[in-house]
Design a protein around this ligand. Structure first.
Ligand SMILES: [Zn+2]
Length: 261
């Protein structure tokens, strides 16, 4: 069974263990660019959502431009978050162009985006919107599932009030789970006010799925950290790159390194 070496710190990056797959993970970058290039020998880039502030076309173009500065042979796996509203077509249609313009400075429906144009698998960019990917690595295939949905997003994108069957749809052979939302009952979901803002049904689904070994999420900026679960030997990591004030976190430089050994 794979084990994970996880590092969130200020530089001094550990050397990649022989034969390992190195992931460099960011989340909640909100148009900022943590220095991924500082990390040596990385293989796969992951973004756990909230790429932008208000999900406009121009913001995504800048993000894609950033991805093109990375080695083309390295896969980039991306999910959205509640701020990335242009990717939530259903939300854009529901709120309508007037409100999009007023609240989010959107040009209206034209700013609702087709992810397949933005994130091209031919460019090795894999956009997961509640979907799975079999990632080919030198260690073999790794099943990854990614989802943008956010419990109680309070008028932002990809929100839901009741989980329904949503989280039961995570495939039973998922090894690495990417969600923007934290699960409940982890320190990774505790806000500055001491409130657990995680989703109980996501937590329940993850605890009921034994194949998941690593759960990466963001959303709750101030709870960034690595939270191993002794009983299940599973690792939960809040990978948020920015502070609550939307600056790159100086304690981590906005980066999480995961070595799958
Ligand atoms: Zn955020």
């Amino acid at each position: 069974m794979a084990t994970y070496g996880i590092y969130q710190g200020r530089g001094n990056y550990p050397p990649k263990p022989k034969g390992a797959t190195r992931f460099v993970v960011v989340s909640d970058t909100h148009n900022r660019r943590p220095h991924v290039e500082w990390v040596p020998d990385w293989d796969v880039f992951i973004h756990c959502g909230d790429i932008t502030m208000t999900g406009r076309h121009s913001e995504f173009s800048r993000f894609r431009q950033w991805l093109t500065t990375m080695p083309p042979e390295n896969p980039k796996i991306v999910i959205a978050g509640n701020h990335d509203i242009g990717l939530d077509r259903e939300f854009c249609e529901r709120v309508g162009p007037m409100r999009l313009r007023k609240m989010f400075d959107h040009k209206g429906a034209a700013d609702s985006l087709d992810p397949s144009h933005l994130f091209d698998p031919k460019m090795n960019i894999h956009y997961l919107q509640h979907g799975a990917l079999e990632l080919k690595t030198s260690q073999g295939k790794i099943k990854i599932f990614g989802s943008p949905y956010v419990f109680k997003s309070h008028g932002w994108a990809f929100g839901y009030e009741k989980a329904g069957n949503r989280w039961k749809e995570i495939p039973k052979d998922t090894e690495i789970l990417l969600t923007h939302m934290p699960p409940s009952e982890t320190l990774g979901a505790i806000s500055e006010d001491g409130e657990d803002i995680g989703c109980p049904s996501l937590g329940q689904a993850v605890r009921g799925n034994r194949s998941i070994r690593l759960h990466l999420f963001g959303h709750c900026h101030e709870a960034v950290g690595v939270y191993p679960e002794e009983a299940t030997r599973r690792v939960l990591v809040n990978v948020a790159s920015l502070t609550r004030a939307y600056n790159v976190n100086k304690k981590t430089y906005g980066l999480t390194i995961v070595d799958r050994v």
